[in-house]
Each structure stands twice: as structure tokens, then as C-alpha cells.
Design a protein around this ligand. Structure first.
Ligand code: ATP
Length: 199
């Protein structure tokens, strides 16, 4: 499994559709200051579901949409597609190639798709969670982040290890199940009260 292609359209400084074909192994992106290298990394995190504007180096989520330049008007939508070669079947899906797409419109939320079919963010998170990639997997180490890891508290460090070990998916499932259980208990209490009133 490896990232095969990344296409940005209307994302940050990439107003026109820009595709990057990647090969297995190490890829280096070089360019002058301010040319958009970090924007490419932001696009990777964003397409995998990043929800924090600050992590994307912006004030609000909509800041990822191309804001215009003196020579080019602002756009109304940003779209990023990430294609993963899955010929080794590492991702639990019956496709040898998987394309994840995230689209955001000005004033609206995000739409997600897997191989062109609309899906929820949760579907993308679940698809990627056992693969070692994904926005919460610490595969993206931003500038200054190494410092943060070195200064992490023991609890935070435990979190890093749990994520690397693939515990995160199960912890999230447990949290969802506990939330459902709470809601069921509240319903049960209400039903018990009603029964007592009727008697
Ligand atoms: P450095 O080497 O200094 O870290 P870099 O190559 O990583 O730079 P980026 O930080 O990726 O550069 O890109 C910064 C550029 O992206 C700036 O010129 C900024 O104006 C532009 N930019 C960021 N967001 C948007 C946006 N929404 N619309 C248009 N341009 C944007």
C-alpha cells in the first residue's frame, strides 16, 4: 500500500487542479519559501479528515479554500483527492485502488467520498485506521511537533503509543458504545418513571 496520487483543486494556494503522482519510497517536495510545500502536507491531513483549523494553520476551516490573489479571484470550493494503491489489500476494501475525496464549499460543511461514492467521515476514519495512516495516526509530523512529542506528558505519550498500536479505533468504538448506553439508560429511566405513573 502506498500513496499514489494527490490532487488539489481550489485548496489554499493551489487554485488550479494540481496532481502529484507519487512512487513507492521517499518523496521530497522542494521549493522556495511560501511556494506551498506545507500546503501539500495540509491537504494530506485535510483529505483524511482533519477537523482543526489550527492544525491546518488557519483561523477557520474555510481558510483552506483558495482566497484569491491580485490576479485571480477567490474560489467557492476546495477539493482534495488522495489515491492509495491497495494492490496488497492492506485497506479493508475490495478495490486495488482507493480514492478518498473531501470537498468543502464556502459556508458549508465537508463532503466525503470513497471511489466516487458519498460517505461519512467515520467511514474514511475506519477505512484508514488499521493501515497506519490517517489524520490521528501521527504520520504527519509538522514543523515544531517533534519538540511537542519530546515535551509530552506521560499520558500524552501513552496516547501516541496507543495510536501507533491501533488501539485508537477500538477506543473510539468503545466511546460510541458508552454514549449509546447512556442514552439507553436515560430512556429506560424515563420508561420506568412513566410505568410508575401509570400504575
Ligand atoms: P516555507 O518554506 O516558508 O515553510 P512553504 O513552501 O511551506 O513555505 P506554504 O506555507 O505551504 O509555503 O504556503 C504559504 C502560501 O500559501 C502563502 O503565500 C499563502 O498566502 C498561501 N495561502 C495559504 N492559504 C491560502 C488560501 N486560502 N488562498 C490562497 N493562498 C493561500
Amino acid at each position: 500500500m502506498y500513496v499514489k496520487n494527490l490532487t488539489l483543486k481550489g485548496f489554499k494556494s493551489f487554485a488550479s487542479a494540481t496532481s502529484m503522482r507519487l512512487e513507492p519510497g521517499i518523496t521530497c517536495i522542494v521549493g522556495p519559501n511560501g511556494s506551498g510545500k506545507s500546503n501539500v502536507v495540509d491537504a494530506l491531513a485535510w483529505v483524511m479528515g482533519e477537523q482543526g483549523a489550527k492544525s491546518l494553520r488557519g483561523g477557520k476551516m474555510e481558510d483552506v479554500i483558495f482566497a484569491g490573489t491580485p490576479g485571480r479571484p477567490a474560489l467557492g470550493r476546495a477539493e482534495v483527492s488522495l489515491t492509495i494503491d491497495n494492490s496488497d489489500g492492506a485497506l479493508p476494501i475490495d478495490y486495488t485502488e482507493v480514492t478518498i475525496t473531501r470537498t468543502m464549499f464556502k459556508g458549508g460543511g465537508s463532503d466525503y467520498a470513497i471511489n466516487g461514492t458519498s460517505c461519512r467521515l467515520l467511514d474514511i476514519q475506519e477505512l484508514l485506521s488499521d493501515s497506519g495512516i490517517g489524520r490521528e495516526m501521527h504520520v504527519i509530523v509538522g514543523q515544531g511537533q517533534l519538540d511537542a512529542v519530546l515535551r509530552a506528558t506521560p499520558e500524552q505519550r501513552r496516547g501516541f503509543i496507543e495510536e501507533a498500536a491501533g488501539v485508537l479505533k477500538h477506543r473510539k468504538r468503545k466511546e460510541r458504545a458508552l454514549r449509546k448506553l447512556d442514552a439507553m439508560e436515560a430512556n429506560l429511566a424515563r420508561a420506568t418513571d412513566l410505568t410508575a405513573e401509570i400504575r
